[in-house]
Design a protein around this ligand. Structure first.
Ligand code: DQA
Length: 150
């Protein structure tokens, strides 16, 4: 069986993780987090592609392209989580199993972060566990895809 292909999308300002608001996001850098994701993918035998963009349209394009190139999506849309109907519509359109991840616990922060407009169209949400959230999301997505093929 060919290995599963998972697209990891990182939204605006996540490239600054490590130096940006460490009280919320910790000191682990963006590169360190991505290295952990790649190591976990290797352990699980999954092909992973990580894409970070500060631009909403790039994320929409990547989600649309994933129709042909990925079996599942892990997304941390950054602040776009809270207001991007374009990202939500793209996820709805491609209908790939998707897990939403946030490094910080968005429910314990400012009120505008409590609402995720993408949450209703993804399979699940992992928040507040730092980089571990991405690794758990990878495990989850593999199981969800396998289950859907049974
Ligand atoms: C975030 C939470 C968002 O509210 C914020 O805008 C981010 C990061 C997180 O990973 O905790 O950029 O998605």
């Amino acid at each position: 069986m060919p290995s599963l292909r998972v697209l990891v999308l990182q939204g605006p300002n996540l490239n600054l993780i490590g130096s940006r608001e460490p009280d919320f996001y910790g000191r682990e850098t963006f590169d360190e987090i991505n290295r952990k994701i790649k190591a976990k993918a290797q352990e699980l035998g999954v092909e992973v592609k990580i894409l970070q963009s500060n631009h909403e349209g790039d994320l929409v394009d990547a989600i649309q392209e994933a129709r042909e190139t990925a079996d599942g999506i892990i997304i941390n849309a950054g602040a776009l989580t809270h207001y991007s109907y374009a990202v939500r519509d793209a996820l709805t359109a491609v209908r790939l199993p998707t897990v939403e991840v946030h490094l910080s616990n968005i429910h314990a922060r400012e009120e505008f972060r409590h609402r995720s407009v993408i949450a209703p169209v993804v399979m699940g949400q992992i928040v507040g566990l730092g980089s571990l959230g991405y690794l758990l999301a990878l495990e989850a997505i593999c199981q969800l895809i396998e289950q859907s093929h049974r």
